[in-house]
Write a protein that binds this ligand. Structure first.
Ligand code: PEP
Length: 248
């Protein structure tokens, strides 16, 4: 079974109400049914309005708490996200791991909570430059992603995003051969831990300075099933060419 491509935007801490026209424009470009799924993960404050600005388009969040409810000042639950129309959430982004000290276990717990609350999840992994230069990238990332997955690994409800930390927001894209090697290694490790069928159906996205100019080369790789896009997802002008590359 061919895997559907998924192109997901991550607006990070960008975007206010006056930016919602970009969501509408992106959703219109994504509309054609062509085997490609598109989503944009916006700040919490924009979710409800983004859903209204782009009916039928998938709006997501960028984090979720591992608990269903409770005394967690400033946090947000899966049920709250679903209540305002979010359908998907990113967990384990390297910026959360670095700035909020989130571990693999935290990421797995958040993914569990998201799935239990009715959200799909994108689980992120990726190595630092030091780890890559030490020749330990593949082993490190494979261990990291396996330890970050939810208890139930269902490819219909989740995707993995491989994002080398040194490529995020830097304009540096990993070498095509390194991307191909990593995605194949992740899929092989998934097969070992969760079975061939799960591995064959799991979408593995690449993230790290994806742009209209480099998307087609990435998407042509056998084990690259789409992208998680930060900076270039903020405007339709930059994001739509990436969606179009996935369509082709
Ligand atoms: C990201 O935030 O997940 C990301 C890949 O960012 P950028 O595309 O800006 O490198």
């Amino acid at each position: 079974m061919a895997r559907r491509m998924l192109v997901a935007g991550n607006w990070k801490m960008h975007g206010v109400r006056s930016d919602l026209g970009e969501i509408t424009a992106i959703s219109m470009a994504a509309e054609t049914e062509n085997g490609t799924d598109v989503a944009v993960c916006v700040p919490f404050t924009l979710i409800e309005r983004a859903v209204a600005a782009a009916p039928g388009f998938v709006i997501g969040a960028q984090d979720v708490h591992a608990s269903a409810k409770g005394a967690h000042t400033g946090d947000i639950s899966a049920a709250m996200l679903a209540d305002v129309g979010a359908e998907i959430v990113i967990v384990g982004h390297s910026e959360r791991r670095a700035a909020h000290h989130e571990t693999n276990a935290d990421t797995a717990a958040k993914a569990d909570a998201a799935l239990a609350g009715g959200l799909d999840v994108i689980v992120c992994c990726g190595e630092s430059l030091e780890v890559r230069e030490a020749g330990k990238a593949v082993a490190t990332v494979c261990d990291q992603i396996i330890a970050s997955l939810p208890g139930t690994v269902d490819p219909a409800r989740m995707a993995i995003a491989y994002e080398p930390i040194w490529a995020i927001g830097t304009g540096k894209v990993a070498q095509p051969s390194d991307v191909a090697e990593m995605h194949a290694a992740i899929r092989a490790r998934l097969a070992k831990e969760h079975g061939d069928e799960t591995a064959a159906n799991m979408r593995i996205l690449y993230g790290g300075s994806v742009k209209g100019e480099n998307a087609a080369e990435l998407f042509a790789m056998e084990d690259v099933d789409g992208a998680l896009v930060g900076g270039a997802s903020l405007t339709a002008a930059q994001f739509v060419p990436i969606i179009d590359a996935a369509k082709n």
